[in-house]
Design a protein around this ligand. Sequence first.
Ligand SMILES: NC(=O)C1=CN([C@@H]2O[C@H](COP(=O)(O)OP(=O)(O)OC[C@H]3O[C@@H](n4cnc5c(N)ncnc54)[C@H](OP(=O)(O)O)[C@@H]3O)[C@@H](O)[C@H]2O)C=CC1
Ligand SMILES: CC(C)=CCC[C@@H](C)[C@H]1CC=C2C3=C(CC[C@@]21C)[C@@]1(C)CC[C@H](O)C(C)(C)[C@@H]1CC3
Length: 615
Amino acid sequence: MPSRKFADGEVVRGRWPGSSLYYEVEILSHDSTSQLYTVKYKDGTELELKENDIKPLTSFRQRKGGSTSSSPSRRRGSRSRSRSRSPGRPPKSARRSASASHQANIKEARREVEVKLTPLILKPFGNSISRYNGEPEHTERNDIPHKNTQEKFNLSQESSYISTQYSLRPRREEVKLKEIDSKEEKFIAKELAVRTFEVTPIRAKDLEFGGVPGVFLIMFGLPVFLFLLLLMCKQKDPSLLNFPPPLPALYELWETRVFGVYLLWFLIQVLFYLLPIGKVVEGTPLIDGRRLKYRLNGFYAFILTSAVIGTSLFQGVEFHYVYSHFLQFALGATVFCVVLSVYLYMRSLKAPRNDLSPASSGNAVYDFFIGRELNPRIGTFDLKYFCELRPGLIGWVVINLVMLLAEMKIQDRAIPSLAMILVNSFQLLYVVDALWNEEALLTTMDIIHDGFGFMLAFGDLVWVPFIYSFQAFYLVSHPNEVSWPMASLIIVLKLCGYVIFRGANSQKNAFRKNPSDPKLAHLKTIHTSMGKHLLVSGWWGFVRHPNYLGDLIMALAWSLPCGFNHILPYFYVIYFTMLLVHREARDEYHCKKKYGMAWEKYCQRVPYRIFPYIY
Ligand SMILES: NC(=O)C1=CN([C@@H]2O[C@H](COP(=O)(O)OP(=O)(O)OC[C@H]3O[C@@H](n4cnc5c(N)ncnc54)[C@H](OP(=O)(O)O)[C@@H]3O)[C@@H](O)[C@H]2O)C=CC1
Ligand SMILES: CC(C)=CCC[C@@H](C)[C@H]1CC=C2C3=C(CC[C@@]21C)[C@@]1(C)CC[C@H](O)C(C)(C)[C@@H]1CC3
């Protein structure tokens, strides 16, 4: 077994990727297979480094003392030292006075290379997830980052010297700087992207959703909870104080015919997805710089589905079958999702490393849940992208329609209740909006960060259609008369929520697509050392997740038509608040990692996360 040179907990110097600078790091662990050390920099950044990129502290002390090291950085250092009148070079006395370790290091860097900084420009829509960034250059600019802007390396600021987004080079090479810049930026971007991805597997303490026990509980708990909720809702008095009805035996719930109908539905959606209609767009850059292509035809799929449903209704197809076998459909979808998740996990074992999701951890249970592969595809068929918007989301609207028809049948109504109309039209607007703005999905956490595993498969294919249609399901057996004034208030609430949700999402998407869009010129931004900017005015200056706020207001408007007799129809609002608060925390964690100080500055400027003056 190969031996390791450095022990856990040892404080050494680690080379910062892409540069010849060494910083004080602590050894956290060592992987004997890959022969990589996980190290922690003083700012908290964790990376994996090769043994060659790590030096004992003593070797630096020696060098400072004037030993003749033959390391490349040292050689460069000697050359730059010869230019004694360099303005960037500190006086000798200052150099000698350095005592704190990183100060010494800064001075070392000053002696070694007199550097120029070139902000690394990343394409808009960059999704390179786990890159660390330090201090923003400056704030409140409305322009896109300037290419080739050269700045003096300000070594007095602790965080600036570790910014990965700057390329460091000796001054003597200044002549060809511009030429080199573009090549080097591309190279470093790629290098860093690959390196940081390769080098930052999530360690046990970083696992989200409560780690392995948490995801285990979610995977078993959610399906059970789903059936309990549906059974409770079917009761005459769906009070929480009533004992939940016992779960029926599996054989009572399983119906092969139902499963067949479900498969047929799924295949029809696959067919619509494959139709060569609609624009093809590129997704955000992947870790290796590739951009996947996506066809935007979700809205067409919705129109075609509506035509199929309309024709079937006209032909007398009995849609009540879906209502009377609702639990069986839910079980069919759950079984399908489990099979799909197993398939996804198995195929991910053969996936190249670059195709793995940054959320994956190496733990089988956790990865089965969060998804190992980021964008599993069969040819050009993108499984995650397809499942996120098609069978479940469009299925939700169809189920709502089924509930509307069931209400009319069961309650013997000539027309649906106002409450049912409100719920149906609100949620129809939400789904149509998602399909109309399909491209925006490409920048969501689900597509960029999370893999495709049980979580999204279950969320997309079971949770969305069978839980998000809960209000309509509730109204079938628990009618609620809504007065027109009350309906008007609810409509106003829904519209307020929608304006915030759509306004925020569109503003961010437009900005990420084209940061110099003249329509956004009035907005203030913070520049980050990633090269990207963060909006600090407009919707994104109101709270840090205005889109979540809008979504939650809409969720409340979907529940209000069910009245106040029971808490059950408000389950969606409660669950959704928990989901978005947790999601916000996850996003915050990733943004902090990505944008470092710039993100902290943004948090100071916009202190509330979702609810103004509350949270
Ligand atoms: N109905 C449902 O069940 C669910 C709905 N949703 C909805 O999906 C939508 C997308 O949500 P989600 O993917 O979680 O997150 P967001 O769309 O809010 O995206 C978060 C990302 O936006 C960027 N960002 C954050 N702050 C700023 C800023 N100030 N200026 C510019 N860019 C910023 C960052 O990425 P970067 O800088 O890299 O671009 C960040 O990672 C939301 O509307 C949400 O409500 C979400 C989950 C469930
Ligand atoms: C633990 C558990 C139950 C997880 C499942 C979460 C999923 C239900 C949600 C995760 C992100 C989602 C999004 C939408 C639906 C719900 C899930 C899948 C979304 C498609 C709804 C419509 C929006 O306009 C949207 C496209 C922005 C949104 C994207 C995220």
